[in-house]
Design a binder for this molecule. Structure first.
Ligand code: PEP
Ligand code: MG
Length: 317
């Protein structure tokens, strides 16, 4: 079946009613970009940069990070490359840094962690900015929840840019800044954030965890971890619609985006940008090419208004 799908790798991801859908890939390590290019993806929707930092005794320095980011940007030949700043502190930790927090998922993780370690954050930002000359870089902030955090990130980027300019280093002038929508608060009150961001990407893995209060790594409650919960779908829908109104791109990069049984649901919620494990790209594309977005949107709107559970069966042709 793989062989059958690979024939379609160069076909565009367009729905039956002519809507172009962006299908991008999630990667954890730079060399995975080779396969992403081979599969004809529209870009990298999520490079989880923390994997450069994990399973080792010392942190990667600016040069090592610059090489890693540059490799991905060059490999993608001008297609967008979304690199998420370090998302560490909860289910992913640095070696030798045991967490003492009782609730690490609610603690000093991701952007909170980076803002508390300005030197480490500067090193990553400098490496990202320097690498930006090799392609189309989009910087993605994980776990954003407060406006002042966004302002701090912007200040940190400006600081890094000024330093680099003084040192005679180049960086691109069209780097986009986006944030993960993975904390319910930001999904509920997204409008002011959209004013200050170029794009957002919905992290359903964490969004579901925080909306339903279900620890994503606790097997005892895994049967309650439900992407179809009407509250989760409403948050996704609201975010997509706010993005449409603001003219800002909204992607989904959580596992939901790559599970083909949810493709029609997400299309019906208005999603136009999906990022997933490379191996899932062609299955999802196949469904996109046999779906009618407008028909799906009207089917879903009614159910969503009443906060009803949606039967995926009604979305089949
Ligand atoms: C998510 O939370 O959905 C996501 C894409 O990020 P991660 O799984 O790395 O937390
Ligand atoms: Mg996440």
């Amino acid at each position: 079946e793989r062989a059958e799908l690979i024939i379609h790798k160069d076909e565009p991801a367009i729905t039956l009613d002519g809507k172009k859908i962006k299908l991008e890939a999630n990667i954890e390590l730079p060399h995975e970009a080779d396969e992403v290019m081979h599969l004809g993806a529209d870009g990298i929707g999520l490079f989880r940069s923390e994997f450069l930092f994990m399973g080792r005794e010392t942190l990667p320095d600016e040069e090592e990070q610059y090489e890693a980011y540059s490799y991905v940007l060059k490999t993608m030949q001008g297609k967008p490359v979304t690199i998420r700043t370090l998302d560490i502190g909860s289910d992913k930790t640095l070696d030798g840094e045991a967490t003492v927090a009782a609730n690490p998922a609610l603690g000093l993780r991701a952007i909170r962690y980076c803002l508390s370690r300005p030197e480490m954050f500067q090193t990553q930002l400098r490496a990202l900015l320097r690498a930006s000359v090799h392609g189309k870089l989009r910087i993605l902030i994980p776990m954003l929840s407060h406006m002042h955090e966004l302002h701090s990130v912007k200040q940190a980027i400006e600081f890094a840019k000024n330093q680099l300019a003084e040192e005679g280093h180049a960086y691109a002038d069209n780097i986009e800044l986006g944030a993960m929508v993975e904390i319910p608060a930001i999904a509920i009150a997204i409008e002011p954030f959209l004013k200050h961001l170029d794009f957002v990407s919905i992290g359903t893995n964490d969004l579901i965890q925080y909306t339903l209060a279900i620890d994503r790594v606790d097997n005892e409650v895994s049967d309650l971890y439900d992407p179809m919960h009407p509250a989760v779908l409403r948050l996704i829908s609201q975010t997509i619609q706010a993005g449409e109104r603001a003219g800002k791109e909204v992607a989904v990069c959580g596992e939901m985006a790559g599970e083909s049984r949810y493709t029609r649901l997400l299309l019906g919620l208005g999603l136009t940008e999906f990022s997933m494990h490379p191996q899932q790209l062609l299955d999802v594309k196949k469904i996109v090419r046999t779906s009618h977005t407008n028909a799906l949107r009207s089917k879903i709107a009614t159910a969503l208004n009443h906060a009803e559970y949606i039967d995926l069966g009604i979305l089949e042709v």
